[in-house]
Design a protein around this ligand. Sequence first.
Ligand SMILES: [Zn+2]
Ligand SMILES: [Zn+2]
Length: 445
Amino acid sequence: MKNPEAQGDVSLSQGIRMMFYVMKPNETSFQTLEEVPDYVKQATPFFISLMLLELVVSWISKGKPPGRLDDALTSISAGVLSQLPRLFFRSIELTSYIYIWENYRLIILPWDSPWTWYLTFLGVDLGYYWFHRMAHEVNIMWAAHQTHHSSEDYNLSTALRQSSFQIYTSWIFYSPLALFVPPSVYAVHLQFNLLYQFWIHTEVIDNLGPLELILNTPSHHRVHHGRNRYCIDKNYAGTLIIWDRIFGTFEPEDKKVIYGLTHPINTFDPLKVQFHHLAYMWTTFWATPGVFNKFSVIFKGPGWGPGKPRLGLSEEIPEVTGEEVPYSSSAPYLLKIYAVVQFAVMLVFYEETFANKAALTQLTLLLRVCFFILTLTSIGFLLDQRPKAAVVEASRCLVFLMLCRFGHLKPLIPFLSFAFEIFFSICIAFWGVRSMKQLASGLWK
Ligand SMILES: [Zn+2]
Ligand SMILES: [Zn+2]
């Protein structure tokens, strides 16, 4: 029997409600995995609408935007990077789950029972709590998760700042569910659990009264993103805060929260945002003497060192004063507008690539992915005002024209092909001249 309400596309009402996990079992229960909508992909217009709403509310209530352009661009860049593997593979969170379900399941819970739906809601949320806690307490997992914490602002764009390789460990924590919950039910809740966590990344919602007792709220999650000592390793919840209350990691919001990593990375380079801690771990691993200590560098907390407790020493966490100045781009205003335009052009191609991926060859997909990564890197270099930003940007514009010429990128409106050719040729000339001047002045050394 198929669910009569099963549909590929979500309605406006469902779209709004799914951002807050206000969904009914009978409208989100599916017999097969193939019927489960890609809710996360369909959430893009709701992400954008809520971010615009946050911008308006922040302007009205505080007289300023909720964050900074450079930081928001870097967060969305991380979101784009984290989604790119989905063009080639089904996520490991689903693949591993299906493998366990097909080979080791103990019982089969009915896919169309509300009880299965509610049990899976709790199971996925509990799995998320433990995954998230371990992502903070085990250094190799933190190397992935730290990306999400690297923003020094706290707004809805921060929610999109996701790691590219976090899913390679998160699947472990959901796998017990595969012993009895059908993959189609799990796939629904995995998406809603993620979507719920979008709206809590905001400062425009203060306190939600009695809801604070049960739900993970903006207030609770602000604490989680804080680098004040009282905030460290607290409030790991996904949807329900009850897990933190049960397992002793709950902390209410108190003093002004200063956001970001305890040691800020001070860059908008998207690849550094993803991989800098892995590089740091590599150095620490080789510099630490003894096999057991090397093992501990990987599996104990990020603050651990020889002779210290598993999670490091609280007094080694730098004290915050409340006067911290977040790292900002020194790029001129016009250059930031240029970065936004290039970013927007890339986003249109990114969306189109996901929409038409079945019709594209593997070569085209691969070339497009390389172009997206190059674009994000170049924008990061421009925002960071790196000496080689000009030559990277000139090369990127050239790559764009080549991809269009050989049919690997096609503007949606044919008329735009010509406009793009003119615009990108001007960009190549501008950045090319700039990089020649820099080369002549020895700035690259
Ligand atoms: Zn976290
Ligand atoms: Zn968060």
